[in-house]
Design a protein around this ligand. Structure first.
Ligand code: ZN
Length: 464
């Protein structure tokens, strides 16, 4: 009862602010279903390895979709190793139009119950927050998408183009299922990935801004190896494999890749500057105007939150060498992890690093796994308008702008198939509640209602 009263209040407030906009109509049944499905999905331990319950998550969503009007044959679950992927197709009225793909993932990062305050696989709502592994990344988003599609069917909506829900089963690990999904759906008009980015709440819980992602940096790992004949440590000689590798690592550590600006990051810096400290904000504006501005570059490179947005970064992450305390090393290896600015193949960055290492004895090998290089997706006006409109239904007047994600998501595989892909999760969260992949992961329950309104609006606008 108390919850219903609270919901009514939100509704009245919303209608007042948005002048009773038609699309902010109630989706109470869908809201309730989304929360219920999210809780059921969180209770399933869909973690890579023995006992992986991704197939059960897929079965849960399939049964909801079929009960909600999808043809049984149009919802397929394909097992892959210990996981699975799901494709649900809603046929549009115009078969000539390419499908709108809504993408998400059903797997979650491992969570050790002993480290958590609450059991990670028992969903709990406390103080307006839904706790559990996958609550923010991304079982609530999945549940919202499933429930929004069911709601649209219930309301009698008829899409012009096919709407395809594509849920992968190993986004957090090898992304094998995503690669298969992207190939199978390579004729898509675009992909809306309801994972990642989203809205920012200030410490008091007031919505500040919303970002959607149109690009991701390319993940790469390069293994550096130096070998030497070795010998007794009482009889040292040059070169020494460890010293050679160390010298190369120091040179790479001091190297800065040329700063870059894209259409997307220019839009980001211009809009995001006002939410930063005066110094960082000024640097963002200056960099957006001139990506060669030295002072701006120095400020943005000194800040871990911004250095990745102005170019490629590479950093040493692992080192290994020698075989005995009293022997000269025969082998030394290191891993350099790179986050590559969109538009550069991995091989080009490896070549640049080889040049910086400046020692032919250091052998480079691209050991990247589960990553493909992708370009930025275009800033399409239809997408920008649809996202902005959908957000403003729930959060009137909030700034909406694009960003480039630092990490890799399923979008990478779709972009690799040349399908424009956008990260568009509607969830708003405070910095102090951001625990995706971490302990005590949670998401505000108050997000459900505006997120449902958003998805219903967004999916309609881009499929009608
Ligand atoms: Zn995710």
């Amino acid at each position: 009862m108390r919850r219903m009263t609270a919901a009514t209040c939100v509704c009245v407030a919303l209608m007042t602010v948005s002048n009773g906009h038609a699309a902010s109509a109630n989706h109470d049944r869908a809201d309730a279903q989304a929360l219920d499905l999210a809780k059921q999905a969180i209770a399933l331990r869909s973690v890579r390895g023995p006992g992986n319950q991704v197939p059960q998550v897929a079965a849960l969503f399939k049964s909801a979709l079929v009960a909600g009007g999808f043809n049984e044959a149009d919802v397929t679950i394909t097992p892959v190793d210990d996981t699975a992927f799901l494709i649900a197709r809603w046929k549009g009225q115009d078969p000539k139009l390419k499908p709108l793909v809504i993408s998400g993932h059903m797997d979650v990062v491992e969570a050790k119950p002993a480290d958590w305050e609450r059991d990670p696989f028992t969903p709990v709502i406390e103080n307006g927050l839904l706790y559990g592994r996958g609550s923010s990344d991304m079982k609530l988003d999945d549940a919202l998408a499933v429930s929004a599609l069911i709601e649209l069917r219930r309301e009698g909506y008829k899409p012009r183009r096919d709407i395809v829900l594509a849920l992968s089963g190993d986004e957090e690990t090898t992304m094998t299922t995503t690669g298969q999904l992207a190939k199978e759906l390579s004729n898509a008009e675009m992909v809306l990935n309801v994972d990642g980015t989203g809205g920012q709440l200030d410490p008091a819980g007031k919505p500040q801004y919303f970002t959607w992602s149109g690009a991701e940096k390319t993940y790469a790992d390069f293994e550096l190896t130096v070998t030497s004949p070795g010998g007794h440590s009482s009889r040292p000689y040059d070169p020494n494999a460890i010293n050679q590798l160390a010298a190369a690592l120091v040179r790479i550590g001091q190297y800065k890749f040329k700063p870059e600006l894209s259409e997307l990051t220019r839009a980001y810096f211009t809009a995001a500057a006002r939410y930063e400290s005066p110094e960082v904000g000024a640097a963002m504006r200056a960099f957006a105007a001139d990506p060669a501005a030295p002072k701006a570059i120095a400020v943005l490179q000194a800040n871990p939150a911004t250095i990745g947005k102005i170019g490629t970064t590479c950093v040493a992450t692992m080192i290994n060498g020698g075989h005995a305390l009293n022997a000269l090393p025969q082998r030394a290896t290191a891993n350099i992890n790179c986050r590559i600015f969109p538009g550069h193949p991995r091989a080009q960055i490896m070549e640049e690093l080889q040049h910086v290492a400046a020692d032919p004895a250091v052998h480079f090998r691209d050991v990247s796994q589960g990553s493909v290089a992708t370009d930025a997706s275009p800033i399409r006006p239809d997408v920008v308008d649809a996202i902005t409109r959908a957000i403003h239904l729930g959060y009137p007047g909030v700034a909406v702008f694009p960003t480039m994600s630092a990490g890799a998501s399923d979008s990478m595989w779709f972009r690799n198939e040349h399908i424009p892909s956008y990260g568009v999760s509607p969830l708003f969260i405070k910095d102090s509640d951001r625990f995706a992949h971490g302990l005590n992961e949670r998401i505000p329950v108050g997000d459900v209602r505006p997120s449902m309104t958003y998805m219903v609006s967004l999916f309609t606008d881009l499929s009608k």
